[in-house]
Design a protein around this ligand. Structure first.
Ligand code: SF4
Length: 352
């Protein structure tokens, strides 16, 4: 089937399904698929909007952890689907539940403060379950600082996982002293410039391969070529890249900043390429350049063909009892993972 044919079939299936289906899509999804979405946003916006929808089916165009997050916040009668189960996130797999439990036990035994887990939404559901079990909260890149600070203000220390860069960049903004920051390596060795007993934040050593690719050299070259350029990067970038930038923020913050920028302004952007490319098309009165072309291969696994097949399976449901592909959360993680998600929503919404 050619692309135009698939698009018209998707449009007609959506007309048939009316309000019974909603399609949320993350900013990093390819532009042509974004055009078919009902909600577009970063992880936080999508989690919040999905929790409010009344549609019977949520066809989530993003990676697996995002669809699992939507499942946690959905009503029991709603069904959450992904066009393909192959869209995972390597960052989300950088720590498993049993290692997190072991690390948490070790940290709690050495640190003088009660330890609260804060888990980045880019994590598997078992890790979210671990987080809720220990009264912690999920965070996204738009609210990591606020969530960490909430626990610090309660006199606790924080065990942050799985993304080191989001953790350290948030710690710098919160001005946590260097000697109170600990890196937790995969073999559970702890690196600290001060005493572990007095540490306030423990950072798991995970990373996102898409954002690790940006370097200070990319920024230097763009500044050389465009003296008036402003650099904005995602907090999953390395600390030295963030330090050389003019702005740092979540995908939604990047979008809002560039949308509101004056006509003719020039931007160098350090985040996923499909998103940068789309901003360049949508805001053609500004110059928007990637620091480097760095794509999320996992988001790229969502295609027109698999969106079409999912919609078709919904139309045929329940006669052909085969939804492509329903996302479920194992019962043993469900309650605690949901609690951790709700802890995030209440911290953020209560502090507005
Ligand atoms: S951009 Fe990075 S963190 Fe986001 S889904 Fe892709 S691999 Fe995971």
């Amino acid at each position: 089937m050619d692309i135009q044919n698939i698009i018209s079939k998707i449009t007609s299936l959506k007309k048939t399904l009316k309000d019974s289906v909603v399609i949320p899509a993350h900013h990093y999804i390819k532009s042509d698929i974004i055009a078919q979405a009902d909600i577009v946003g970063d992880s936080y916006k999508l989690a919040k909007d999905c929790s409010k929808t009344h549609a019977d089916f949520i066809l989530f165009c993003g990676v697996k952890f995002m669809a699992e997050g939507a499942r946690l916040l959905a009503k029991p009668n709603q069904k959450v689907l992904m066009p393909t189960l192959l869209a995972g996130c390597p960052l989300a797999e950088m720590i498993d539940e049993s290692t997190a439990c072991e690390a948490y036990k070790l940290i709690s035994s050495l640190c003088a403060y009660e330890v609260a887990p804060v888990v980045y939404v880019n994590s598997n559901v078992a890790l979210k379950g671990f987080c809720g079990k220990h009264n912690g909260a999920i965070c996204t890149s738009s609210n990591a600082g606020k969530i960490i600070n909430t626990y610090l203000n309660q006199g606790k220390a924080v065990f942050f996982s799985p993304d080191y860069n989001l953790g350290i960049n948030s710690a710098r903004i919160l001005q946590i002293p260097e000697n109170q920051i600990v890196i937790v390596k995969k073999d559970l060795s702890l690196l600290c410039k001060g005493s572990i007993k007095n540490a306030r934040i423990f950072l798991w050593d995970g990373c996102c391969y898409v954002h690790k690719k940006f370097t200070v050299e990319h920024i230097r070259k763009l500044r050389e070529q465009y003296p008036n350029i402003q650099i904005i990067v995602h907090p999953e970038c390395d600390e030295e890249v963030v330090l050389q930038s003019d702005f740092v923020g979540s995908t939604q913050t990047i979008l809002n900043t560039i949308k509101d920028a004056p006509e003719g302004s020039i931007w160098g952007v350090g985040t996923e390429y499909h998103f940068v490319e789309r901003m360049a098309q949508n805001f053609s009165n500004k110059t928007i350049l990637p620091l480097k072309i760095s794509c999320c291969e996992d988001m790229g696994r969502i295609t027109f063909q698999n969106v079409y097949e999912s919609l078709q399976s919904i139309v045929q449901y329940p006669e052909k009892n085969r939804l492509l592909y329903e996302v479920t959360v194992p019962i043993e993680y469900y309650t605690n993972a949901k609690k951790a998600m709700h802890n995030m929503l209440s911290i953020v919404e209560d502090n507005k």
